[in-house]
Structure formats: C-alpha cells, structure tokens
Design a protein around this ligand. Structure first.
Ligand SMILES: [Zn+2]
Length: 238
C-alpha cells in the first residue's frame, strides 16, 4: 500500500502541475483574444471613417449636380428673356433667375462645407490608419511572445503525459478511478498530506487512532471530513 500511495502522491503532483499549465494556457489564449478584438475595434473604426468620407463625397456630388442644374436653368431663362413680349412675363422670368442665383450661392456654400468636412475626415483617417498599422506591428510581437509561452507550457504538459500514463499503469484501475472522482469533486486535489494529527486538505483533525494507522502504511486512509486520500510526507518517486 505504501508504494501505491507514493504513486498516487506523485500522480497528484503531476496533475496539479498540468492543471497549472492548462490554466496558464487558457489565460494566454484569452490574452490573444483580447488583442485580436482590440485590433478588430480599431479596424472597424477605420472602416466607418472611410464610409463617412464616402457619404460626404456623395453628398458633395449631389450638391454639385444640383448646382449644374440650376446653372443650366439660368442660362435657359436668360436665353428666353430675349423672346419675351410682355413686361409681366419678363419680370416673372427675371424673378426666377434671381431666385436661382440665390440658390446657387447657397449650394456653393454647402459644397464648400462638404469639401472642408471631407478634408477633416481624411486627416482623422490618416491618424487612425497610422494607429492601426502600429497596433498591427505590436500585436505581431506580442502574439509571438504569448504563443511562445503557450508552446513552453504545452511541451511541459506533453512530457508529463508520458510519466502520468506510467504512474496510472502502476496502480489498480479502481484506485485510479477513485482518485479521479476525488479530483473532480475536491477542486483537483485528491491526495493530501496529513500532519500533526490533521488533514492539510480541509484543516480538520483526524481521529488519533486513524492518524496512527497512517504511519503503519498498511491501508489507504481517507480523511473522514473531506474524503481525500491521506499521505504522510515521504520520499518522492524518481
Ligand atoms: Zn480532510
């Protein structure tokens, strides 16, 4: 039984180490995800800036079309003036021309505003694109570093998987099953040290007779409070 307990203890150590690696790998993956979503954010801000510029340009074009239309109207009306016989009609056409000219002034003012706005937006876009490319560069470096960390952890886990399989082979399947169940229900810790008459897993006292039996090493003893498998501090397997 002593031998089996030592193997269990070793298994526990390997599994805790692997749990630690897995959780660091998960953290690293979340870091990569966060970096990617930051990039996505800046990239979509660039997209919407581009869309805003396009919309402004389209508005300008529409205004310019109106301007061309009004200018053509004036030319036509001015040509018509020559053929007009009555004073009343003459005045009416002149009035039309005057209001078209007023409209043209307004359109020109609006077009100018659109041009200015588009220039502002382009300047903003240039800054954003600069930020984006800087971010992309930094991201590459940061992601490579994180990936290196992940690879290191995975290499450690891969080595331990072999040792773990050997340890499992060395104990009865029923015992391993029990160990796994305990790990599931006891936050990953199935084997704990007993010291000074107590369980270090739940910090409760163990009945003295039970504690004494641990020293004999004849049977597997579990904590009556947390059900974990108790071991005394002993030499590690090599
Ligand atoms: Zn306990």
């Amino acid at each position: 039984m002593k031998e089996k307990l030592m193997i269990l203890e070793d298994l526990q150590e390997i599994d805790l180490k692997s749990d630690g690696s897995q959780s660091r790998i998960q953290d690293a993956l979340s870091e990569i995800e966060a970096l990617d979503s930051r990039l996505q954010e800046v990239s979509s801000a660039v997209d919407s800036k581009n869309a805003e510029i396009e919309a402004t340009e389209n508005e300008r074009k529409a205004l310019e079309e109106n301007l061309a239309l009004e200018t053509a109207n004036i030319t036509r009306s001015e040509a018509n003036l020559k053929g007009i016989a009555t004073q009343k009609e003459y005045q009416a056409v002149n009035k039309e021309i005057a209001s078209a000219k007023k409209l043209i002034l307004e359109l020109e003012e609006q077009i100018l505003q659109k041009i200015t706005r588009a220039e502002e937006l382009r300047a903003e876009l240039a800054t954003m694109e600069g930020d984006l490319s800087e971010l992309e560069q930094n991201l590459g470096v940061q992601k490579a570093e994180i990936q290196k960390r992940i690879n290191n952890e995975q290499a450690v886990v891969a080595t331990d998987v072999k040792v773990r399989a050997e340890r499992i082979k060395a104990i009865p399947p029923g015992l391993f099953k029990r160990y796994e169940k305990l790990r599931e229900s006891r936050r990953g810790i199935a084997v704990v040290e007993a010291r000074d008459g107590g369980c270090l897993g739940c910090n409760m006292q163990i009945p003295p007779q039970m504690y004494n039996n641990l020293f004999k090493g004849e049977e597997m003893i579990t904590c009556p409070h947390c059900q974990r498998i108790l071991v005394l501090k002993q030499e590690k397997l090599v």
